[in-house]
Ligand binder design. Structure first.
Ligand SMILES: Cc1cc2nc3c(=O)[nH]c(=O)nc-3n(C[C@H](O)[C@H](O)[C@H](O)COP(=O)(O)OP(=O)(O)OC[C@H]3O[C@@H](n4cnc5c(N)ncnc54)[C@H](O)[C@@H]3O)c2cc1C
Length: 442
């Protein structure tokens, strides 16, 4: 297992030796704080523009959400399209959406053709409905195609159940441009590329204090100070108290993943689709085949940070509920990961004061959005490109400490209840319709 990341992914990649720690003061043009995807993509985009970059990471490269996620790369943001349009209007939402698709293409260009070892990209993403609403699926697909230029197909319930043997699923939207990867392999690959380009990455080097007011900014760690003209805060859920205003603008939200034992033909019977799958619940399930005949299965959203007792058993029960053929499958690996969410569920990207840049709050949709954040921040620094201002409506909004967290948790519970009530209603309606069509009720 690659040191620093206790996931199934870590066992699938060559371990990355511990990088150096910062032990002296140094000067550079840009100091990036955090070596998750946001920091790595930003450093890469800056290095490609000729900047002298230093990255400091409190723990290890990819040890945050970056190395622990499901690896789905697809267009969009954590905020849904309806919310985005309601907030900024259709034209602005279209520009933001186009950026999110560019993020997908950046990741594709980095990983395809085996450019980064171990990423193992597999194409396609099915977004399945847990309610029987074919018309709604077509409406959504039309909107994505016509207004957002995104290729998408509608799969009928029968086709979905042909590749996912679950009574819970109805129609799906199929995104051919999306794919899934081993995210830790990508993080390690990006870090290697940075080091080859002369970027210095310091691990186990936490930013403890910062003076971000002067022309030359200072970031202090226990081993030395980094002095830089620009500082990029790409610290996910920031550790310590070094950026209190930024930390108050995000809420840590955890989600959980399990990987089953090898399942052989049992898995072929239940899940034939090789790509990524997620359902449309607000805090739903997401899964994919992994390492041949295992299932990676993720679920849950909570503001609690610790791994719940019995996580593997809970995940196994959820898998058995969705796929009766997989009841009793053992979970061999289970882990939690913590993402940073802003109250508006959109990333915070841009300059927050002269020379101080933020790339944060990517929530559960960070693989494409961190890549585009890196480009926007780098071109902002290098060329005074102001495209990052498209994210200006989604600034740092104070969430409000423990009370804010309780509020967020309560709203997830409320959404979960709503999802379940709507699904029950849809199932009852389908049970009434099915005999009329001569079909078995589900
Ligand atoms: C279980 C799970 C599944 C997910 N699945 C998907 C998915 O399938 N597709 C998708 O698009 N997104 C997914 N996400 C979300 C995605 O992983 C995140 O949005 C993305 O990784 C965020 O990257 P980041 O660089 O902002 O944060 P992180 O990866 O958390 O990196 C931040 C880094 O900053 C460091 N840091 C913090 N404070 C300091 C400090 N003071 N000094 C120095 N360093 C510091 C941390 O140690 C950390 O390494 C998932 C997330 C989780 C947890």
């Amino acid at each position: 297992m690659a040191a620093g990341v206790d996931t199934f992914h870590a066992g699938q990649v060559a371990p990355r030796p511990l990088g150096r720690k910062l032990t002296q003061d140094l000067d550079c043009e840009v100091c990036v704080v955090g070596a998750g995807f946001a920091g790595l993509w930003t450093a890469r985009a800056l290095a490609r523009r000729g900047f002298e970059v230093v990255v400091i990471e409190a723990a290890r490269v990819g040890s945050g959400a970056t190395g622990r996620n499901a690896g789905f790369v697809g267009p969009g943001y954590a905020e849904r399209l309806d919310g985005l349009i309601a907030r900024v209007g259709l034209d602005h939402a279209r520009e933001l959406w186009a950026l999110s698709r560019q993020g997908v293409e950046l990741v594709r260009a980095a990983v395809h053709g085996g450019r980064i070892a171990g990423t193992e990209p597999v194409g396609g993403h099915l977004m399945v409905r847990r309610t029987d609403e074919e018309r709604a699926a077509h409406r959504e697909a039309d909107r994505l195609r016509r207004q957002f230029g995104t290729p998408v197909d509608v799969w009928r319930a029968r086709d979905v159940r042909g590749v996912l043997r679950s009574p819970h699923y109805f129609q799906a939207l199929y995104f051919p441009e999306a794919f899934h990867i081993n995210p830790l392999a990508l993080a390690f690959g990006l870090a290697e590329e940075l080091e080859r380009a002369g970027v210095r990455i310091f691990e186990e080097t936490e930013a403890l204090r910062a003076d971000l007011n002067g022309v030359r900014k200072h970031v202090a760690t226990s081993g030395g100070r980094v002095r830089a003209k620009h500082v990029v805060l790409a610290s996910g859920v920031p550790t310590g108290r070094v950026w209190p205003a930024v930390a108050r603008g995000v809420i840590p939200v955890s989600t959980f993943i399990g990987v089953t034992e090898p399942l052989g033909e049992k898995l072929d019977a239940a899940v034939q689709f090789p790509g990524a799958v997620s359902d449309l619940r607000r805090a739903g399930h997401y899964f994919r085949r992994i390492a041949g005949d295992r299932l990676l299965f993720g679920t849950g959203i909570t503001t609690r940070r610790s791994v719940p007792g019995g996580l593997a058993g809970t995940l196994a029960l959820e898998i058995g509920d969705i796929f009766p053929d997989l009841a009793g499958a053992n979970i061999e690996h289970a882990w939690a990961g913590t993402m940073a969410y802003a109250v508006h569920r959109m990333p915070q990207i841009g300059q927050i004061k002269p020379g101080v840049w933020l790339a944060a709050a990517f929530g559960g949709h960070g693989l494409n959005t961190t890549a585009i954040a890196g480009e926007l921040v780098a071109s902002g620094i290098a060329d005074a490109d102001e495209r990052w201002k498209l994210f200006a409506p989604f600034g740092v909004v104070r969430i409000g400490g423990p009370l804010g967290r309780i509020g967020v948790q309560a709203s997830y519970w409320h959404m979960r209840l709503k999802d379940r009530m709507e699904e029950r209603k849809a199932r009852n309606a389908a049970a009434v319709r099915a005999p009329a069509r001569g079909e078995p009720a589900t």
